[in-house]
Design a protein around this ligand. Structure first.
Ligand code: GLP
Length: 262
């Protein structure tokens, strides 16, 4: 992993993505609060004429089961509101797992097939959950998992209740998520984390053993994973890392670089 700590991590991540924009055909998108400003920067760069989406295909990581596509808190509606409505992505190239389906298994298979048909994901943008999940890969999520139906953990229901008027009972209890293997197959990964609430899961993901108990830890095995952090999200990691070192080693002996962006 290449850990980068940046004072304005959204702008750093946007610049980093724009630099390699031409190499990205299929872009994987996360929802949640974390990437919202990053998407703001991408929209800005789109309006500046630096990037376009007309020749891109996007795939979202996950979707709540039981929410209609036009439900304001569905991930389809959320990513449309945060990014897609502003850019020239062709509707047929916009993919989100279905929230409503009468054949979940077939829908999951079809999603994997669509990713394969697009030539695989060139870049997944990822956030991290409070318990270390990526997408909705709740513990336990094995490294070989693929797109599937999952039960959301109590922690996830609690943290996502804020999107449902803080009413726990209104948070969907299940979701369709791409799997850990689906994520690891991407050519490049960008894990973005901000705020001190993410400091603990980030430190575990980077420095702990790879384990099904914390899906983000599997990212350690990827050859091209950038972990972009603001100072708050990096705080626990920096506490555990030897002072002044630019290389840190995980419990599994995997070496990660750590740099500070201006
Ligand atoms: C959600 C999503 C994840 C996201 C994470 C963190 O449950 N399924 O893709 O990365 O939780 O969300 P946030 O960025 O709002 O903290």
């Amino acid at each position: 992993m290449e850990v980068v700590v940046a004072p304005d991590v959204d702008q750093f991540a946007a610049n980093w993505l724009v630099e390699q924009w031409d190499e990205i055909n299929a872009l994987g998108l996360a929802t949640g609060s974390t990437p919202e400003n990053l998407y703001g920067w991408l929209i800005q760069r789109y309006y500046d004429g630096d990037i376009g989406f007309a020749d891109k295909t996007t795939f979202n990581l996950d979707e709540y089961l039981s929410l209609a596509p036009n439900h304001p808190q569905s991930y389809r509606a959320t990513i449309h509101r945060q990014l897609i409505q502003y850019v020239d992505l062709k509707p047929e190239n916009f993919h989100v797992p279905p929230g409503l389906t009468n054949d979940v298994e077939a829908a999951c298979e079809a999603y994997e097939d669509a990713i394969a048909a697009a030539g695989g994901i060139d870049m997944w943008i990822l956030g991290i959950g409070h318990e270390g999940h990526i997408a909705f890969n709740e513990a336990p999520s094995e490294k070989e998992t693929r797109t599937r139906l999952v039960d959301l953990s109590d922690s996830t229901l609690y943290h996502n209740a804020r999107f449902f008027d803080n009413d726990l009972y209104r948070v969907p209890k299940q979701a369709i998520t791409v799997g850990v293997a689906t994520i690891l197959e991407a050519r490049k990964l960008l894990l973005l984390a901000k705020g001190d609430a993410k400091a603990q899961p980030v430190a575990e993901a980077v420095l702990g053993s790879q384990t099904e108990k914390l899906a983000a830890s599997w990212l350690q095995s990827h050859e091209a994973c950038v972990v972009a952090l603001d100072h708050a999200a990096a705080s626990e990691l920096l506490t555990r890392a030897p002072a002044g070192e630019s290389v840190i080693e995980s419990a599994d002996g995997i070496r990660h670089t750590i740099t500070f962006a201006a």
